[in-house]
Design a protein around this ligand. Structure first.
Ligand SMILES: NC(=O)c1ccc[n+]([C@@H]2O[C@H](COP(=O)([O-])OP(=O)(O)OC[C@H]3O[C@@H](n4cnc5c(N)ncnc54)[C@H](O)[C@@H]3O)[C@@H](O)[C@H]2O)c1
Length: 354
């Protein structure tokens, strides 16, 4: 069988991970590497079979006509790259979370994709961690009874972390569709970050199957004492009629069930998570098995995130799916108080109070 030809655009941290793991999978061949900054290109190229390199994604996509157009640029660059992926006729477009920074931009992405037959994958790859999977198994096998609440907590700001929290908790709730969201936010410092977000956002989501979602992302979130490393201090889980099950991104998992307490290890590691994520792209292309990180799932979660921002700026419940686009970041810039965020953890001060 011919290999799928891959162009990777944006050779920073995540681009290198993607190029390495496409190259390691026998179903893929990396045929192009692109970055506006040419410095990393020769080094990465030498480790992934010496593909063509260049600095202009549109030109490379047109010339190489890749089967897979993968871009891993920072979140301020989305619809422009999606357009290139659609126009080059790629069979699969893979890109990084978050889907976009505002619903205006997210809608543009969705509209461009609606005119294309391309399969689309968004990188919520933590779910391949064995601790994330163990929690899914505990929930799906009924060990915590009937799920009524799913939740996620992280100290990283929303454009960095909320997308992950929402996606995995929605997986734990079988991707039931969200119907409304209501939230509050505080702190403007990270509104000028490239992962632009309020410093802290907390909110509630109603899912159509009756389950409630509760999320906190940013410096006001409660500690996750099970984990030491700041970025790994994330708690994602579900509570049911007979117990709960939750994963700690940086340190294993735990379930309290009607038959006792279950625990296990596991930590988020790109080298462990990327192979399965890439293999599922091959399986979607080869066998038609829809990727668990498909755009439909990611977009539903993205709307929850944008709904939270919108509710924080405007007040009240926001109905989902969203019917129109808006620039939620501008709304938050206008409406949030300039008071510095009151952080929970000493370590968070350097991010939110500096
Ligand atoms: N899924 C995860 O676990 C995870 C982890 C970290 C980051 N991310 C996400 O990955 C994305 C990238 O993050 P990163 O840390 O790799 O960023 P990075 O800054 O390390 O890399 C981005 C690269 O894109 C390049 N670039 C910018 N504009 C370009 C253009 N027009 N054409 C080609 N290249 C261009 C930059 O020169 C840079 O090398 C972000 O959306 C981030 O949120 C996801």
């Amino acid at each position: 069988m011919d290999k799928y030809r891959v162009l990777v655009v944006g050779l920073g941290k995540r681009g290198k991970h993607h190029a390495t793991h496409f190259h390691a999978n026998p179903r893929f061949e990396v045929v192009g590497l692109c970055d506006v900054n040419p410095a990393p290109l020769p080094g990465v190229a030498s480790t992934v079979g010496n593909p063509v390199t260049g600095t202009d994604a549109a030109v490379m996509a047109r010339e190489l006509e890749p089967d897979v157009f993968c871009f891993t640029t920072l979140p301020d660059l989305r619809s422009e790259m999606i357009r290139i992926g659609v126009e080059c006729g790629a069979r699969l477009i893979a890109f990084e979370k978050p889907v976009a920074l505002t619903s205006e931009e997210g809608l543009k992405v969705k509209e461009l994709l609606s005119r294309s037959p391309a399969k689309v994958v968004v990188s919520h790859q933590h779910r391949y961690g064995k601790h994330y999977q163990a929690v899914k198994d505990a929930i799906a096998s009924g060990k915590i009874g009937k799920v009524h609440t799913v939740y996620g907590v992280a100290h990283g700001w929303a454009a960095q972390m909320l997308s992950h929290l929402i996606d995995y908790s929605m997986w734990y709730n079988d991707y039931a569709r969200p119907t409304w969201v209501m939230a509050q936010a505080a702190g403007k410092r990270k509104l000028s970050d490239v992962h632009a977000s309020p410093d802290y956002v907390a909110g509630f989501v109603q899912f159509e199957n009756g389950v409630r979602g509760v999320y906190e992302s940013g410096g006001g979130a409660p500690d996750v004492p099970e984990v030491e490393r700041w970025w790994g201090k994330n708690r994602i889980g579900a509570t049911g009629t007979e117990g709960y099950a939750e994963v700690y991104t940086g340190n294993g998992w735990k379930a309290v069930t009607r038959n006792g307490i279950l625990t296990g290890d596991g930590t988020m590691a790109y080298d462990l998570d990327m192979p399965g994520y890439i293999q599922d792209m091959a399986d979607w292309l080869d066998k038609g098995k829809v990727h668990p990180c498909c755009f439909d799932n990611a977009y539903a979660g993205f709307e929850v995130m944008m709904g939270m921002f919108r509710s924080a700026a405007r007040g009240g419940q926001v109905t989902l799916p969203l019917r129109d686009g808006a620039n939620e970041l501008e709304e938050l810039r206008r409406t949030l108080s300039s008071a510095p965020l009151q952080v929970t953890l000493e370590e968070s001060k350097k991010e939110y109070n500096g």
